[in-house]
Design a protein. Structure first.
Length: 142
């Protein structure tokens, strides 16, 4: 697929992924596979904001494109169905966190070392949760 959309950014941050909260993980994964032809890339369980989750990530639909992840909470009430996490990738997580704080955001939980590579940032403008993912070569504290 030839890229026809313009692109650009004014900061060192690239859009990386979307995560959507669902109640029926397998059912919704099947829906995205059947309707949009998405291909599963990864499935794993983790902890996000102190809640155990199960998630399925699909491959990007074109080189360099963002991916889609479906999330199900395992042991607690999930956020409203359809609530989402937007992910950005940056080489300087500390500078990005400072910009987010200066713009009114707050760190939703302490930074974590690898392997999760992401730090949720809550925006004052909405109750949605954003996520910032470090590039693989950058680690917190370096």
């Amino acid at each position: 697929m030839a890229e026809i959309r313009p692109s650009g950014a004014t900061r060192d941050a690239q859009y990386g992924f979307s995560k959507i909260f669902v109640h029926d993980l397998e059912g919704m994964a099947g829906f995205y596979e059947e309707v949009f032809g998405l291909v599963r890339f990864d499935r794993h369980q983790d902890v996000m904001l102190r809640c155990r989750i199960d998630e399925i990530t699909f491959q990007a639909t074109y080189p360099g494109g963002g991916s889609l992840t479906l999330i199900k909470y395992l042991d607690s009430a999930a956020p409203t169905v359809g609530e989402s996490v937007q992910g950005f990738i940056t080489a300087d997580i500390d500078a990005l966190a400072r910009r987010a704080e200066a713009a009114g955001g707050t760190l939703a939980e302490p930074s974590r070392a690898e392997p999760s590579r992401s730090d949720p940032i809550r925006s004052v403008a909405s109750s949605r949760i954003g996520s910032v993912e470090r590039s693989c070569s950058i680690r917190k504290g370096m």
